[in-house]
Design a protein around this ligand. Structure first.
Ligand SMILES: [Zn+2]
Length: 63
């Protein structure tokens, strides 16, 4: 995992951050101290995204 010096998207501090990519391709950067929360946030978002995609598929197949 490559790190770069940038602003953490969670605590807004300028520090070394690592990229976290969402299911929709959007990338946020988090520092070490926010990593746990950040990973959880991304996981929740991805779960919602997956649920939405599944619902869309279900709606299509119901037609
Ligand atoms: Zn942070």
């Amino acid at each position: 995992m490559q790190k770069k010096f940038a602003t953490c998207d969670w605590c807004k501090k300028a520090t070394f951050v690592q990229p976290l990519t969402y299911l929709d391709g959007y990338t946020n950067y988090c520092c070490d101290s926010c990593k746990q929360i950040a990973l959880f946030d991304v996981k929740c978002f991805n779960n919602e995204e997956l649920t939405m995609q599944k619902n869309k598929l279900l709606q299509k197949s119901a037609l």
